[in-house]
Each structure stands twice: as C-alpha cells, then as structure tokens.
Ligand binder design. Structure first.
Ligand SMILES: O=C(O)CCC(=O)C(=O)O
Ligand SMILES: [Fe+2]
Length: 519
C-alpha cells in the first residue's frame, strides 16, 4: 500500500485541522484543497518520524511526490494573490503559516539527494542496472523507475561530467524501452532517448557509436527525418578524429584505490590473510560482575575490534528510538574551524541523550562500563564519556570513512567551543561502543576500511574498539565508515568513551604494539 512520507503526514494533518476549523466556523475550504486531501486519504500514515522508505526506488518516488505536493501547496499560496479566487485572504495566509511552521519544504535539492543516493547504492553494491531500473533489488521487487526518473538521473550524471555512467543509464533505459520492460510515458518517445545517447557517446569521444545508435533507430523508423541531420552532424564530428584514434572503447572510470576498497568492504569482500582469520575467536568475556559474561566475537586483534552479542533488549532498543524521534536532526561532523557542520559525507539524522536524562540511559551507561571495564561516568566537568548519540540512516544514508578521534589538540577544541563544558579536559575518544538497534535488510554495515573488516548490523549487538593505541598514538587502522543503507532503516546508538579517566583501567602497554587482550 502506498505510504505518505513523514513530512507529508505533517502537512496533511495540519491541513485537515485547518479544514476542520474552517468547517466549524460554517465555511468551506477551497475546492483545490479539499480535492487534494481526498487524494491522499486512504493512504497509510506512518506514525513515527522514522525514515521508512523500503528501498531506493520507493525513496525516490516519495521525495518526488512530496516535491510535487509542495509545488501545489505553494501555488495555492501564490493564489492568495489571484483575484478570481473566492477563498478569503485569511485562509491563504494561514496556509502559508502552516507550511512554514511544518518546515516541510522539499526542494529540488532533496530530489537530487535521493537520486544521488540511488547512484551511490548502484556503485557501492555493484547493482545490476537492468534489474535496478525495473525495480528488482537483490531478492526484493518494487515499482520500476519511471522513464522520466532515468532521464533525470542520466542528466544529473551528464551535468557532473560522468559521461560513462550517463551512457550506461541511457543504454539500459533504451534496452528496457525496446523490450517493453518499462512503463512508457506519453511524452517521451524512443527517439528522445536515442538522441541523448548519441550525444553522450559523442562527448565521450566515440561519435561512431552515436552514428550506430542513430542508424539502428533509423532502420526501425525511417520516417523520422531529423535523424538524417543528426547522423550527418556526428559524421562531421567523426571526420575530425584521426583514424588511429578511433579504437576507444567504453571503460568504467577508475576509482581511487581507497574508494574501491571502501566499497569492497561494504560488500563484505574485504580480503584478509588466513593467518589473521584463523586467529579470530568467539568466547564468553568476563566482566566486572563475576556471574555475568558477555558473548564476544573478536573481529580483529590489532586494533582490537569486537562484536558483543545480546547486549541490548528489543524493548530497550525500541525505547531509545521512541525517545529520539522528536529530536532527530540532520547529523553534522565536527570541524575545528566551525562548530558542527552538515556534510555530504554523513547523511543521517542524530539525537543525543545524557545518562542523567532518564534512568534507562543511566543504566545503559553502567552496562557499557561493566562490559568494557572502562568508566563512562558523566559529571558537569571532565566527564568520562559523551552523551549517547542516536543515529537513524534512511535509504542511501551513510557516513564516509573517518576515525572517531578529533585529530587536533583538545584544548583547541575546548577553546573553539566544540567540546561542551561537561567534556572539557576529558581527553580524546579513546574507545567507541556502538549498539545496533535494528536489523537492516541490506547494506549499512560498519566497514573498517584499512583492515578489511565488515561489521554486520546485528540487532541487539554492539561493536567496540579502541581508537587510540596503548602507547597513546591515534590508531589510523580504526578508520571506519557507515556503509550506505540499501534496504531498510538503520538505527544505532553509540557511547564515546574519553581517554583521561581510563588511565588505570587501560594502562599504557609495555611496547607501542601492546595489544588489548580480554579483561
Ligand atoms: O553507522 C555506522 O555504522 C558507524 C557510525 C559512526 O562511525 C559514527 O557515528 O562515528
Ligand atoms: Fe565513527
């Protein structure tokens, strides 16, 4: 069943309230608004604020639909200036206020954002383009992309000079179009696609392929006279290319090695030596409480990286999500020159909870202490850990490779006001404890890119690692990423543990390479 996006839910609810209040005053809202509400009636409303689109195509369509809806709303507002309307000015100014208050403006940038998300998923997970455009993603099926969606994506690629990818998308569209495997649109004919493809081949430096495509099309539809003109145009382009330079073939763009590796680790294809793999273990780890042991799977030894299973109940994960919905905001990344900046390298929403905000968070902080043997106590100054961070990633949401350390002197950070008072003097983020609150259907792993380790998203489990080596150096091998979510919605919560208070709990090692063993 079709669903309404969270922002749609907000605006529809606001409009319904308004129509109701107008009715109570014995008046009627304008026809356009009533028709609009009738259209969305009967669609499922999601009650939560969660990113809930099921898959990238669904996400794309939702954002587009909302963008369209916003367009209609704004035209209603503009109509307050239309003399022929019989609704009162008052009505429209209220409508304008509703729209402004609900902050539901969905811009062209948002549409572009979901298209880029779809492309990110295509590249990272090497999705089969023919299946993708027809709505087959892994073993799931959804609507196919509309012809206009694919042309939009191809244009986006073209604008950013990604000509190889433009050709791949247009060719896939043409194939699906010819095979009748995609719903055809009245206003887009096969010839439009062929002409765009010819243009893309020519900018790639292969005008002979432009000619081939046009000739193929001409054989099917010899009546189209414009095609001849286009063929002559590309022939003249071809004549300017010396014969010895006509052997070019389509080559996927070479990715930087680190990007290739990031993608491979996200797909779970990071390679590790047998020596390392055979040293890994699962066991019950002793904790500070003699009768409580925790299931630990060591995923890597240097740096020590573990996954602890069954460390948070489903009901607790639900509690965290519910406590966070209303505070979720687009995540930032800390920059020393600026406080907290939204970045294209981190696409998710975040909320924060101090341990003292609720007895549950207090007890969860204690749980992290019991399992890790480190202190997470929070004080007005020099706290041992940060507030719990809760993050929700929607489809395509991700966090590019980074280390959790600040990488600058902390007094600098304090001076710039990035470190809140309760953390000043606390030291850097010696360790990260990261709970997975939900399973993800596909994608979304935490990828340790330098050591080729893929930490799967396992509901109820938590990943744990030290960001600083036992000799005090930053450990670059803890560089990690939140891989793009392919299907589902990813929820995590993490506790960053600060360095200074752990001086006796995790003392310096005897050698710079001293490893972290079991407690
Ligand atoms: O989403 C993930 O798996 C990793 C999150 C992360 O690295 C962070 O929040 O610092
Ligand atoms: Fe991180």
């Amino acid at each position: 069943m079709e669903m309404l996006a969270k922002s749609e839910v907000k605006i529809v609810a606001a409009l319904e309230n308004y129509v109701q209040s107008v009715k109570e005053e014995g008046q009627e809202a304008p026809h356009e608004v009533r028709r609009f509400l009738a259209e969305v009636q009967g669609k499922v409303r999601v009650s939560s604020q969660e990113h809930y689109a099921e898959n990238p195509i669904n996400a794309f369509h939702l954002v587009q639909r909302f963008h369209y809806m916003w367009g209609r709303m704004s035209s209603l507002i503009i109509c307050s200036k239309c003399p022929e309307t019989n609704a009162s000015r008052d009505y429209y100014s209220t409508l304008e206020a509703i729209v402004n208050q609900s902050q539901v403006f969905t811009s062209k940038e948002d549409v572009k954002g979901v298209a880029l998300g779809l492309l990110r998923l295509w590249v990272t997970y090497k999705l089969d383009i023919d299946k993708l455009i027809r709505g087959h993603i892994l073993d799931t099926e959804t609507d196919s992309l509309a012809v206009s969606d694919i042309l939009y994506i191809a244009e986006l690629l073209n604008e950013t000079n990604q000509t190889y990818d433009t050709i791949v998308w247009l060719q896939a569209l043409l194939n699906a179009f010819e095979a009748g495997k995609i719903e055809q649109a009245d206003d887009i004919k096969e010839v439009n696609i062929v002409l765009r493809l010819a243009e893309a081949y020519s900018s790639y430096g292969m005008p002979w392929e432009s000619i081939n495509r046009l000739v193929e099309y001409q054989m099917k539809d010899p009546r189209d006279e414009g095609i001849d003109r286009n063929i002559s145009y590309y022939k003249s382009k071809l004549s300017s290319i010396p014969k010895e330079h006509r052997s070019k073939t389509l080559q996927p763009p070479a990715l930087y090695a680190n990007q290739r590796r990031y993608h491979a680790v996200c797909r779970g294809e990071g390679e590790r030596s047998q020596r390392i793999l055979s040293s890994l273990k699962c066991f019950y780890r002793k904790t500070k409480i003699p009768i409580y042991r925790v299931k630990e799977e060591v995923l890597n030894y240097a740096p020590r990286l573990s996954l602890f299973y069954d460390v948070i109940f489903d009901s607790e994960a639900k509690f965290i999500k519910e406590a966070s919905y209303s505070m979720l905001q687009r995540s930032g990344v800390i920059r020393t020159d600026d406080r907290n900046k939204v970045s294209d390298g981190r696409i998710s929403e975040t909320g924060w909870h101090s341990d003292s905000s609720h007895p549950f968070f207090e007890s969860l902080g204690r749980r992290v202490e019991i399992i890790t043997g480190l202190s997470t106590r929070q004080y007005p100054f020099e706290s041992h850990s940060e507030n719990f961070q809760v993050v929700n990633y929607g489809i395509g949401g991700m966090y590019d490779p980074h280390t959790d350390l600040f990488g600058v002197s902390l007094p600098d950070l304090d001076r710039k006001g990035v470190n809140p008072p309760y953390l000043q003097g606390s030291g850097d983020r010696v360790a990260t404890f990261l709970f997975y609150l939900e399973d993800v259907k596909a994608g979304g792993a935490t990828a340790f890119v330098n050591i080729n380790v893929t930490v799967p998203v396992v509901k109820g489990a938590a990943a744990f690692w030290y960001n600083i080596r036992r000799n005090g150096d930053a450990d670059e091998n803890t560089k990690h990423a939140g891989c793009p979510v392919l299907l589902g919605s990813k929820w995590i919560s993490n506790k960053w543990i600060r360095q200074h208070a752990q001086v006796f709990r995790r003392p310096c090692g005897k050698s710079p390479d001293a490893q972290d063993g079991p407690l």
